[in-house]
Design a protein around this ligand. Structure first.
Ligand code: FE
Length: 340
């Protein structure tokens, strides 16, 4: 962590502690590893509805967890929010969460999208993006196809160590077993057009530029480009096709964003209110309409032209805690397969 960042965090935390100490005013101290500008409206709306002021610290996942650990029982943090199943599990393993006891959450969030200690509030699909000029869609219908020697020098990927790819492989381990999953990873590595680098949007751009024919990306990065008004983004999208993988088998791999209430939360009541707010229709719509994710709550009506254009699909309903459990093995397999 840089010194300026550390200073900023320290200042913020002192502000949090003193604001809590002034009076019994209702506050909520949120430690968030979500970094989406569109979330501002989500938080502002909570304050408008409840009068509870949100003090927010946004930083990288590891910095926030380190901070929570160091602050110990004195931590001002009420809620920890993050993205990715493996990261939620990591936080859970550190023992920072209190059991999530809310009838509202239990009724609203499907069982496969929560554990005893945390709940997912939005989902994102890991889709296959291909270049329409040089890849036939029938050749990339499944994750398995990416390991087919037919696609030699055609696959672009981000790092295997990134949680999005760890969770994807964690799901494949659950569906095909460790050995087949490793064969798959080796097959994909053998098809790489270049060494893994960049984020999901970089892979999408590389496919559009013809640097490779196919890549995997979280759906919201693609939806973001679809909704962009920039001509250069329109051009990228025009060259590309999207596949919902594994529609005849387990369905497309889904990851989540979610959070939990800290054991040491000084504002437990506000924290429960906030978690329940995130599961309500209005907040659920923010995830979809603002950040192009899907609501975790079934049946919530959204108004997002990109998501509507992407259409319906079969989602893998593997319990998210299973993904989290397999994440360590997934990293080992990527290491053995040379997926850097
Ligand atoms: Fe992301």
């Amino acid at each position: 962590m840089s010194l300026t960042k550390l200073a900023r965090l320290t200042l913020l935390t002192s502000a949090l502690i003193s604001s809590g100490a002034i009076a019994q005013e209702s506050v909520l101290n949120l430690y968030s590893a979500r970094h989406y500008q569109t979330d501002e409206a989500l938080y502002a709306n909570f304050t408008k509805q409840t009068g509870i002021k949100i003090n927010r610290i946004e930083a990288k996942e590891d910095e926030l967890l380190e901070r929570i650990k160091n602050e110990g029982a004195q931590s001002p943090a009420d809620i920890f929010l993050t993205v990715d199943a493996a990261r939620l599990a990591k936080a859970d393993e550190l023992g920072i969460f209190a059991p999530l006891q809310s009838k509202v959450i239990e009724a609203r969030i499907p069982a496969h999208l929560r554990s005893a200690d945390w709940a997912a509030f939005s989902t994102r699909a890991r889709v296959i993006i291909y270049n329409k000029a040089n890849i036939k869609p029938e050749d990339v219908q499944n994750y398995e196809d990416l390991a087919n020697p037919k696609l030699k020098n055609q696959v672009c990927s981000r790092s295997g160590s990134h949680p999005y790819n760890l969770s994807l492989l964690a799901s494949l381990i659950a569906h095909m077993g460790e050995q087949k999953a490793e064969e798959w990873a080796r097959g994909v590595v053998a098809n790489f057009a270049r060494s893994p680098k960049g984020g999901d949007t970089d892979q999408i751009k590389a496919v559009a530029a013809g640097e490779c024919g196919v890549a995997i990306s979280n759906s919201y990065y693609f939806a973001r480009l679809m909704r962009s008004t920039k001509p250069e983004d329109k051009k990228i999208i025009d060259n590309l096709g999207v596949i919902w993988p594994n529609q005849k088998t387990q369905g497309v791999h889904m990851n989540v964003s979610g959070g939990g209430i800290l054991k040491t939360a000084p504002n437990k009541e506000s924290a429960v209110k906030f978690m329940e707010y995130l599961a309500a229709d209005e907040a659920q719509r923010y995830f979809a309409d603002g950040n192009n994710e899907w609501p975790a709550v079934p049946g919530v009506k959204t108004d997002n032209p990109a998501l509507a254009a992407l259409g319906n699909f079969k989602a893998d309903t593997l319990p998210i805690p299973t993904l989290a459990k397999n994440a360590v093995l997934a990293q080992k397999i990527y290491d053995r397969a040379g997926w850097k």
